[in-house]
Write a protein that binds this ligand. Structure first.
Ligand SMILES: [Mg+2]
Length: 315
């Protein structure tokens, strides 16, 4: 075995360690491809996302955070479809095998994977600039995945949690809110509970304005919403004042909360279900049939400034 091969064998060993093997994995890591079993009457959902050093994280970031985030951002995409995650694969690009970094990275990755019963079933290690690519797969009962398209005029718009917290935590070194950026929590159980309730759904990776805009565009509808109705991040409000906090909520990405629409008849069901959630739920307003997203401030149309937090955006 060459030095190069030995180095990458070491990486492989670090990732073939997950204890809880799923019964739906017929063949995991070690062959040319994994074999998995999808239960009858379910559809398979697949999502892929990458984190690149210098773009999505800094070289000095805690490797446990990078391990957590590269999986979390993918699980959040499954959450936004109402899916149950099952399997993941991971491609690591590294300039050279850094055992300490990889061990801590793997701890971050697997502690999240184990919590949601996700098994790593494959991957690759390549020499190159530091970057991670994760593919996750999950299932929903046939026909029940919640898409971005599906919202109608009259549906109510809702948002979980406090988007903007991650950007605030990262920018202002706020120790409590920084964990929203470094260790975001994918809203998987909420996403699954919204199957049959939400008419459309998306996760907030790039900020409420941008991602809600995607949902409305896909559904060919619009909304005129009041900035005053956005959830208030109290820590940020105390430090920055109202104006800047609204900008954080609208344009600060990396929170991975869920934004969704619910037909009015299903609102009581939503309220009832949300009582058991540990994450707050905010009603943003009502969808209309004018295909645009507008924000109102003090009752007047607010023109959206240039995106202040573009460097946090993911796409
Ligand atoms: Mg997404």
């Amino acid at each position: 075995m060459s030095a190069d091969a030995r180095e990458f064998e070491l990486i492989r060993q670090l990732f073939v360690r997950q204890i809880a093997a799923r019964s739906d994995v017929v063949l995991g890591i070690g062959d040319d491809a994994a074999i998995t079993r999808v239960p009858p009457d379910h559809e398979l959902l697949t999502a892929t996302d990458s984190l690149v050093a210098g773009t999505h994280f800094l070289d000095e970031d805690d490797p446990a955070s990078v391990g957590h985030r590269c999986l979390a951002i993918n699980l959040s995409d499954l959450a936004a479809m109402g899916a149950t995650p099952l399997w993941a694969s991971l491609a690591i690009h590294m300039p050279e095998a850094d055992e300490d970094w990889l061990k801590t990275f793997a701890d971050g990755f697997f502690s999240l994977a184990d919590r949601f019963g996700v098994q790593l079933i494959g991957g690759d290690t390549v020499r190159g600039p530091l970057a991670l690519t994760v593919t996750v797969q999950g299932i929903v009962p046939t026909g029940q995945a919640v898409r971005r398209a599906g919202a109608s005029a009259g549906d109510l718009l809702y948002l979980t949690g406090y988007p903007g917290s991650a950007a605030f935590g990262r920018l202002h070194q706020d120790s409590e809110l920084a964990s929203c950026f470094f260790f975001p929590e994918p809203r998987l159980s909420i996403g699954q509970e919204l199957r049959g309730l939400a008419s459309a759904m998306i996760d907030i990776s790039d900020g409420v304005d941008s991602d809600l805009g995607h949902l409305l565009h896909a559904s060919q509808v619009g909304a005129t919403l009041d900035i005053e109705d956005l959830p208030v991040i109290h820590a940020a409000h105390a430090k920055l004042g109202g104006e800047s906090v609204s900008e954080l909520v609208l344009f600060g990405g990396e929170d991975y909360e869920l934004c969704f629409s619910v037909p009015p008849a299903r609102e009581p069901g939503l309220i009832q279900r949300a009582e058991s959630w540990t994450v707050p739920l905010t009603r943003l307003g009502v969808i209309n049939d004018m295909p645009a997203l507008q924000w109102r401030k003090g009752g007047k149309i607010f023109s959206v400034p240039d995106k202040t937090f573009e460097h946090f955006s993911d796409s």
